[in-house]
Design a protein around this ligand. Structure first.
Ligand code: FAD
Length: 403
């Protein structure tokens, strides 16, 4: 077994998870990160962390899932409205003591802070301001060159360098899929003591206060995420400007919240999956947004990046024990197949959610008819509630063992 550290490129949440998982298998790790030490990452991004993700984090760093759960919030009431009329409401019982609920909700910056603290404590080395420019992988190993001209050598590399991944481009992996034409504005607001908003998730089809646009309000620890779906003819820049945001937030939230925005961003969502999750020599493995990009409905981004990272670490640990190159390629091949298949599932599931949110005339009519029958018609009511998030199910690392 080689004593060279495994290189992880990118200290985002998925790279940090991969580094922790490699340490759980006793492998030395160095993380190459383009940013400087102590950087503040802009934006808010993931909030919704599935219980399967917490379980994986507990496996790779005992107690980490529980730490996230304790600092997150869980709401057990969900409501759906159509043009202001409530068409679905359900309150789930609290989970049994000692088990996680389906999810916890906290900002990605906090998730990253907990992961980083664990990574440091577990002995992961970090090399900051090492922007990877060139990756060369062959039968003998991997050589990485960074923007400052430093060379790094490893037997295995995990590429977790996000959506514009240089590692992905360098190994020749192509992104396949599409871009959704619709625009969305995502805003985070800080919590107010009064008037307090309920700890409930509300989805509004055709919100009457914003001229029939769809609106989603989701609590997280310390605040609320509000998504506004724009319609044909809307100007995203205008609606995302400080005045634009204030106007529509005031219309959908109680007074005061429009003054409490902590983050505003405008999105068109990509639905892309790399054609291969590893290089031809099976030494460089792609994980997280380096390998796939999904629209966030159903919260499949980070929640699938974490199982990617665990599966990649398991593959590298097994490959490191192999006594010849042929044997070493097998677990990497299995990783690439399993996690690509999970990504395709997730891309298509997020695609179904997108199609529901930007319906063709037939689906739009079906939504209106269902809204007329709901909430009395339980099937119609449940469909209206579930469809904006796509089909249920996440692929977890267990999928890997099917190969
Ligand atoms: C509005 C929104 C809401 C979302 N909500 C959810 C949610 O609720 N649940 C969920 O599961 N997911 C959600 N996601 C998706 C989630 O945010 C992403 O899946 C996640 O951030 C991906 O993490 P990553 O580590 O793969 O990439 P990133 O977070 O992009 O990290 C990449 C890291 O690599 C570094 N890097 C980049 N290039 C280089 C280079 N050349 N050399 C060295 N380092 C480099 C970067 O500096 C960065 O630190 C959401 C996304 C959005 C936009």
């Amino acid at each position: 077994m080689s004593s060279k550290p495994v290189i992880v490129v990118g200290a985002g949440p998925v790279g940090l998870t991969a580094a922790l998982a490699l340490r759980a298998y006793g492998l030395p790790v160095v993380v190459l990160e383009a940013g400087r030490e102590g950087r503040q990452r802009p934006g808010s991004r993931a909030i919704f962390t599935h219980s399967q993700t917490l379980q994986i984090l507990d496996r790779i760093s005992p107690g980490l899932g529980a730490e996230l759960y304790e600092h997150g919030v869980y709401w057990n009431t969900q409501r759906t409205f159509f043009a202001g009329k409530e068409v679905y409401a359900k309150t789930y019982p609290d989970p049994p003591a000692g088990s996680y609920p389906h999810f916890t909700s906290l900002p990605q910056v906090q998730i990253e802070a907990y992961l980083f603290a664990r990574a440091v404590a577990s002995g992961v080395d970090f090399a900051w301001e090492q922007e990877v420019r060139d990756v060369h992988a062959d039968e003998d190993g991997v050589t990485i060159t960074t923007a400052v001209g430093r060379e790094w050598h490893a037997d295995f590399v995990i590429g977790a360098d996000g959506s514009r991944s240089v590692v992905r481009k360098q190994i020749g992996a192509q992104m396949e899929g599409s871009k959704d034409d619709g625009w969305y504005i995502v805003v985070d607001v800080d919590e107010l003591e009064t008037p307090a908003l309920p700890q409930e998730r509300h989805f509004h089809y055709a919100h009457p206060a914003v001229e029939g646009r769809n609106v989603l309000v989701v609590p997280f620890a310390g605040g609320y995420r509000v998504d506004l779906q724009l319609v044909e003819g809307d100007d995203p820049d205008e609606l995302a400007s400080p005045e634009g945001v204030r106007a529509w937030l005031d219309a959908v939230l109680p007074p005061g919240y429009a003054e409490r925005t902590s983050w505003v961003s405008t999105y068109q969502f990509l639905q892309l999956v790399a054609h291969d999750f590893a290089d031809p020599a099976r030494r460089v493995l792609l994980v997280g947004e380096a390998a796939h990009l999904f629209a966030p409905f159903g919260a499949r981004g980070l929640n699938s990046g974490v199982p990617d990272a665990e599966a990649a670490a398991i593959a590298v640990a097994a490959a490191s024990l192999a006594t010849n190159r042929g044997a070493a390629k097998v677990p990497v091949e299995a990783f690439a197949l399993a996690r690509r298949s999970a990504a395709l599932f997730n891309r298509d599931a997020a695609g179904e959610a997108l199609a529901h949110l930007r319906p063709d005339p037939e689906t739009a009519a079906r939504i209106r008819e269902a809204a007329e029958r709901a909430p009395q018609d339980v099937e119609a009511s449940t469909w209206l509630e579930k469809a904006p998030y796509g089909p249920r199910g996440v692929h977890t690392a267990e999928t890997v063992y099917r190969y």
